[in-house]
Design a protein around this ligand. Structure first.
Ligand code: ADP
Ligand code: MG
Length: 634
């Protein structure tokens, strides 16, 4: 047609579509999850607008999703009454503007990743091409007077036309998939219903699948009178069928085929239910539905906060860190969804949880906030501060529990009797396996270290969750409590060192005396470790002391002290001479440029094998920190 415009997909999107259309081993079902989730997002936006502006919904008041199939045309369609897309939206959102996730998804796929992950990368729409070789998207939004059709056969281009049928949708989007041969099983009502049910359980809007029904013509005629009894009637039909089957066959009443919209989800908000009534499976599915994660969560907490402010909440810890977690650390917002009386008011909201907990997923539902509250008002809201504080406490409690369960090997001392045997067995299994906390720590340790650095009011709680390698930890990371447990009696400090790797640290001359004296030393290969310890300053009254800085005090007897002072005096001419020589050296050339300064030269108590060691002053940065700072662009 004349109004038809042809557009090229952005190159990365093209590659992505190639991969998807040719992917053989992926669970193709996920296309429905992604399209339902897009529909739900669009409905959520429509509801959000309608709260701010009463006229927004206009004539299209029902917020819902409908799914239908056409066996002859070999298509299925997902229709929503969400915000819809303007012509520009269709062009930008579905093809030409590169999303940050596209490249990352391609990388993950190149590394053998599973296309199941697609939703996490923000490119879920293209999963339509897992089952379709042609996709049409018809959309109408309030901002655009014209309804448009976007269409692509995954051939590097797509078209956008003004819809010749006019504005048939009112408001919303219809995605029609022309199914590939190997996806024709979705043309079965049962298959469609089953898949739709699976992915719509926790969606807050009704989701309908169009089903065919055979009805008696007579029964149908007086249908109008008793619509409410429909369900009961159906039951009766089923029960009586067996007995009457023979007679029925003779009579053969006239049947008529009708189509009905059958709702496949229940829409009851899971967080409103009592904990005891929600199954593990339901929590897992709920998590997946809000997080776009394809894995179960690692742990969750479901609670009702009572007192000055009441709210209900479920919070989840994911198993895996998102691919862009640290890249987006400073800009990423908390993804805990904020509801007010069951209505979503904010999806990503940075005031809800501090930055370092931005990986936590979940929902908060409060009755105490006004429904049409603006973002600015929320930011200043006192209630929000209280909610946030409680959420942080709950998340930290959950983490503490994971860490504690792991330390005690899942032990439950109070329990006795029958369960004991089973428990023993479970414990054995657990030993071989990595504990939950270790798993969590591997994924999210950087966040907790940042938290330790940033969160003044929770630093001490966070410090109990930290794990470090040490000279005695045998390649594992241990808690500071464990370090304290095996400290020597006279030991006053917690010793640490930092470096690029455990291997280089093990070779450091500064470590020799500690090895000789059998003192345990934390080894910190991560550049976030040291700032975190410096903020802490001490743990349970024991100071953190870098063994790479001057003035490390090792506990010693009076006799040792006297002996040492004598040696010091004896070597004074040498150390004086050396200091002068070094100072001269640093006053010109490369040393000067690098800003190297010699503070002092002294006889050391710390070396056993190496003849000399260069150390930094106690109050300055450690050598490792300087290295990190020089390599970090500012
Ligand atoms: P994501 O949902 O993570 O943003 P998708 O690839 O699934 O990524 O969708 C891309 C974009 O297309 C969405 O962000 C949205 O703007 C738009 N979109 C997709 N489906 C719909 C829909 N049913 N209604 C309105 N907009 C949609
Ligand atoms: Mg999506």
């Amino acid at each position: 047609t004349e109004s038809s415009e042809k557009h090229e997909f952005q190159a990365e999107v093209n590659r992505l579509m190639d991969i998807i259309i040719n992917s053989l081993y992926t669970d193709k079902q996920v296309f429905l999850r992604e399209l339902i989730s897009n529909a739900a997002d669009a409905l959520e936006k429509a509801r959000f607008h309608s709260v701010q502006d009463e006229t927004f919904l206009g004539d299209t008041k029902d917020l819902e999703v409908k799914i239908e199939h056409d066996a002859d045309a070999k298509t299925i369609s997902i229709i929503d009454t969400g915000v819809g897309m303007s012509k520009a939206d269709l062009i930008n959102n579905l093809g030409t503007v590169a999303k940050s996730g596209t490249t990352n998804f391609l990388e993950a796929m190149a590394e053998g990743g599973d296309a199941n992950l697609i939703g996490q990368f923000g490119v879920g729409f293209y999963s339509a091409f897992l089952v379709a070789d042609k996709v049409s998207v018809t959309s109408k939004c309030n901002d655009d007077p014209v309804q448009h059709v976007w269409e692509s056969s995954a051939d590097a281009s797509f078209t956008v036309v003004d819809d010749p049928r006019g504005n048939t949708l009112g408001r919303g989007t219809r995605v029609t998939l022309h199914l590939k041969e190997d996806a024709h099983d979705y043309l079965s009502e049962d298959k469609l219903k089953e898949s739709a049910k699976k992915y719509s359980q926790f969606i807050q809007y009704p989701i309908y699948v169009k089903v065919k029904k055979e009805v008696d013509v007579e029964a149908d005629e007086d249908d109008d009178d008793d619509k409410d009894d429909e369900d009961e009637e159906k039951k009766d039909d089923v029960e009586t069928k067996d007995e009457e089957e023979k007679e029925e066959e003779d009579k053969k009443p006239k049947k008529k085929t009708v189509f009905e919209w059958e709702q496949v989800n229940t829409q009851k908000a899971i967080w409103l239910r009592a904990k005891e009534d929600v199954t593990e499976e339901e929590y897992n599915e709920f998590y997946k539905s809000i997080s776009k994660d394809y894995l179960d969560p690692l742990a969750y907490t479901h609670f009702n906060a009572e007192g000055e402010i009441e709210f209900k909440s479920i919070l989840f810890l994911p198993k895996k860190a998102p691919f862009d977690m640290m890249d987006n650390y400073w800009t990423k917002k908390s993804e805990v969804k904020l509801f007010v009386r069951r209505v979503l008011v904010a999806e990503k909201f940075d005031e809800l949880l501090p930055r370092y907990l931005n990986f936590v997923r979940g929902v908060v539902d409060s009755d105490d906030l006004p429904l049409n509250v603006s973002r600015e008002q929320l930011q200043q809201n006192k209630i929000m501060k209280v909610i946030s504080k409680k959420l942080v406490r709950k998340v930290l409690e959950l983490m503490k529990k994971l860490a504690k369960d792991e330390e005690s090997g899942g032990d439950d001392e109070d329990e006795e009797g029958e369960d004991k045997e089973k428990e023993e067995e479970e414990k054995k299994e657990k030993k071989d396996e990595e504990g939950l906390w270790t798993k969590f720590w591997k994924e999210f340790n950087k966040n907790l270290k940042m938290g330790c650095y940033e969160d003044d009011s929770n630093r001490s709680k966070l410090s109990k969750l930290l794990r470090f390698f040490t000279t005695k930890s045998d390649g594992k990371e241990i808690s500071l409590d464990k370090y304290l447990d095996r400290m020597q009696e006279s030991q006053e400090s917690i010793y640490y060192m930092s470096g690029d790797s455990i291997e280089t640290m093990k070779k450091a001359p500064a470590l020799q005396i500690f090895m000789k004296k059998d003192l345990e030393v934390l080894m910190l290969p991560d550049h976030l470790d040291e700032p975190c310890l410096q903020k802490l300053a001490d743990y349970e009254g024991k100071k953190f002391v870098s063994i790479q800085k001057a003035d490390v005090k090792l506990d010693e007897t009076e006799e040792e002290k006297k002996k040492f002072n004598k040696i010091k005096d004896m070597y004074k001419p040498l150390t004086d001479w050396w200091k002068k020589k070094l100072t001269d050296l640093t006053e010109s050339g490369a040393m000067k440029e690098a800003g190297v300064k010699v503070e002092k030269v002294e006889v050391s108590k710390r070396l056993t094998e190496s003849p000399v060691v260069v150390v930094t002053s106690q109050f300055g940065y450690s050598a490792q920190q300087e290295k990190v700072m020089k390599s970090t662009p500012t």
